[in-house]
Each structure stands twice: as C-alpha cells, then as structure tokens.
Ligand binder design. Structure first.
Ligand SMILES: [Zn+2]
Length: 436
C-alpha cells in the first residue's frame, strides 16, 4: 500500500500501538473480543488481526506490538460483517411509489451504523434497468451491494409492471445475471397478484440458466390455485429462498396454529426460509408459535425500505434482537446474519473470519435492560437484550465507530491537530485523505 510522506509523522503522533515506524506486521488488531464465526466454529474470546484489508490471524493472544493500531474490544462481540440479503436500495430514479425509486433507500445510511457490510437488493431492478441501478447506486456505495434481479424486466416499479406476465422473460434475465456474475446473486419474483405459477416458473428457469438461487415473495395468496406447500415442495429447487416466512399472509401456519407441513417438507428438501421482515411481513402471532415449534429462520433479513425503516422493523440489529427475544441462541442469531446468508447467495468468502477473508467485521455490544419489539401490526413483544453496533470495518478499514473506540482523546493531541486516522486502518478520517 502506498503511504505518502505526510502520513508517517501523523502515525507517530496518534498510533496507540507504538509500531508506527516502518511496516507493521498487521494494520489493525481487535483485541480481547468474543468472536463468533460460524463457518470456523469459533464462539470464544479471540484476537483478530487484519492486514491489507484481509483477516490475517485469529488467535488466543496476538502480540499488540505487531500491529499499527490496537483496539480493545473486551466485553464486545466480534462477528463477520452482517449480511442482509433482503433490502430495497434502488433509490436513485425519482420514480414515485416505486421500489425502483422513492420507496427504496440509499444503502450507506442504513448499513455500517448497524454492522451491516453487505446487502442484497431484493428485485428492485430487472434486466431492463439493472445497469442503471448499478451505475447510480451499486457502484457509488461504500456498502457492498449485490442484487437479486427481478424476473420482471422493469423490476419493482409497481403493480402495473409487476403483474405483466409478458415482461417476465427468463432469457434476458439470465443473460444479464451472467454478464454480472457475482454481483447479480439471484433472481427475485415478488408481489404477483394473479393465480398463475408463471412468475415462479420463469424465475426458476432464469435461475437455472444462470446457476443462481431464486428468492420468492409469494404475492397474493391463492391457497388452492398456487398453495405454499406446492411452491416449497415442488416448484422451488433446493437452495431457493422463501422470504417473509413469518408473515402469516400465505398460510405459513395452518388453521390449527401449526407450521404448514409443506414448509417442514420444503426445508427437508433444502429450500431456504428467510425472514424479510419489512413493513408488512412479520407478525408475533406467527413468529412466536412457529419458533416455539422449532421453526427458526435460515437467514435473518430486514426487507429495508421506506415503509419498514421507521416502523416495527427499524434495522438489521433490531430484527436480530427479535430473534434473541424469541429464544434463539445468540450464536445462531449471528450465524443467520453472517455465514448462512453468505452461503445462500454463494459468496462463501464473506460472512466468516477465515484468514484471507475480506476483513468486513462488526463489533457489537449486547445491552441488557427492558426493551420492546414491534411487529407489522404494531403489537409488542418484550425483550431484555439489544445489540448495539460499536464498530464496523469494511475491508479492514473503520467505517463506523459509535463511541470512538479507535480514536485518541482530543487533549492528548498536539495543539491545532487535524485528522487523526491512518489510511491503513481508517476510512473515516485518514490523515492523508483530508479535504475539509
Ligand atoms: Zn422486499
């Protein structure tokens, strides 16, 4: 990495590690945190060292003198950067009442502050407008933004587009997905009002051609014409994703209050069940009995958009808190927000802290107290634990630091001090990137 001559004296002034002279073995060392890394079966206190944006070492005790910057994270959880595979972030078009427009949000305002480093847009764009989405949002975001491509060519522009079967063409969708392999990580079908299976079938065709999973928002409920059980036991492939699994809008619980036997059979086949909380897709009266019967989500996701961000959903950590409140073990909540979604979208380099993995990291505090969690209908469940994001690293650089864990006290700095960070670990205020 290139370091300008101005940086060196600043490092000497502000580095807490005393290793500023010359090349340190590590750029950043997170010391003493409780690491939860489901891929590597780690749920214990470990040090995590980072070099050149990658995880360099995870061990019981790493010598602080080896690192340019040491951060004490004792008492905090250190997890892979959170991965939210259901968001709506195509906010740039100016179209009203459209998820390819005003119903979406720009990702960076909603991600790093809650430990999220990767999101997958859930079908805001289709093959006709994906490249506009890429140019105006994906390529300009600091958050890693991936996408499920809508099977509808025009994407999620509202019912007058989303119900048009003629605009659901697997071939151009698959071609667009293959042109952007790794960036388009799945095909989405959503919001379809009619009784036909066509949207699901076309999405699966496109997913098969491009070798990527399909995520289904099952639209209007047609319990006899296209029942949920048939979707997850026959229409979807193993690895395809049923989102909004605690909405109760499509017979997720049967009349006797039991989890739809089709969902149990679908899970056995390898179909994935995702939360997709949203503004209208998560009800305690479904989630409580379903989880009491042992039906936990494979992945936790927000369905972030303007209708969910200030209602019951709020943000990724709040949705994770809800699963803690439901009694899901903490390490499984983390796994369902990191390693599991990484696997579901076939990005297995993410969602873990293996040596060599991109150093996307969340440092979380677990607060204890009295908290309330609200569902889509405004009903509340009490809980006593809540995650707070203290620190987020994206590719080894600090992108969010709630309480200044990485920062020097102002009165220890020289008179007239300016930017205090070092570009080797800091993406907020690195000294040699100062502008204002
Ligand atoms: Zn959605």
């Amino acid at each position: 990495m290139k370091i300008t001559s101005i940086v060196v004296p600043m490092c000497l002034l502000v580095s807490s590690a005393g290793a500023a002279l010359g090349q340190s073995q590590y750029d950043l060392l997170l010391k003493g945190g409780h690491v939860i890394d489901a891929k590597n079966n780690i749920d214990a206190v470990r040090d995590v060292a980072i070099k050149d944006g990658k995880v360099a070492e995870v061990a019981n005790n790493i010598d602080p003198s080896k690192a340019l910057k040491v951060v004490d994270v004792k008492g905090l959880y250190v997890t892979p950067g959170l991965i939210d595979i259901h968001v709506h972030v195509y906010a740039s078009t100016g179209e009203r009442n459209s998820y390819a427009g005003d119903n979406s949000v720009f990702p960076d305002g909603f991600t790093f502050r809650v430990g999220v480093t990767t999101v997958a847009d859930a079908g805001c764009s289709g093959w006709r407008n994906f490249e506009d989405f890429k140019e105006h949002v994906i390529d300009r975001s600091k958050t890693r933004v991936l996408a499920f491509l809508n099977i509808v060519g025009h994407g999620m522009r509202g019912p007058r587009f989303e119900n048009v079967l003629a605009d659901m063409d697997p071939k151009p969708a698959a071609e667009m997905a293959l042109r952007h392999k790794g960036l388009i990580i799945g095909i989405k079908t959503a919001h379809y009002a009619g009784p036909e299976w066509t949207p699901v079938e076309d999405a699966v065709k496109a997913g098969t051609m491009a070798d990527i999973p399909v995520m289904v928002d099952f639209g209007t409920n047609w319990p006899t014409r296209r029942p949920l059980a048939e979707l997850v036991t026959q229409k979807l492939r193993p690895g395809d994703i049923y989102t909004h699994c605690y909405s109760g809008l499509r017979n997720e619980l049967d009349d006797t209050g039991h989890v739809n036997p089709g969902m149990l059979a679908g899970r056995k086949r390898g179909v994935i069940f995702d939360v997709g909380h949203g503004g209208g897709s998560f009800a305690w009266r479904i989630a409580v009995p379903a989880t009491q019967q042992g039906f936990w989500p494979d992945s936790i996701s927000t369905d972030l958009h303007i209708g969910s961000m200030n209602s019951g959903m709020k943000d990724m950590l709040n949705v994770m808190d809800k699963f803690l409140a439901l009694g899901m073990p903490l390490n499984r909540v983390i796994a369902a927000s990191t390693w599991h979604p990484a696997r579901e979208i076939k990005h297995e380099e993410l969602g873990n802290l293996s040596v060599g993995a991109p150093a996307d990291v969340a440092v979380l505090r677990l607060r204890k107290g009295n908290f309330g969690f609200i569902d889509m209908y405004g009903a509340k469940l009490d809980g006593n634990r809540k995650f707070v994001c203290e620190l987020t690293l994206r590719s080894g650089k600090v992108v969010y630091d709630l309480n200044g864990l990485t920062r020097p006290l102002w009165n220890t700095l020289p008179k007239g001090y300016t930017n205090t960070g070092d570009a080797r670990w800091d993406a907020i205020r690195p000294a040699h990137a100062a502008k204002h």
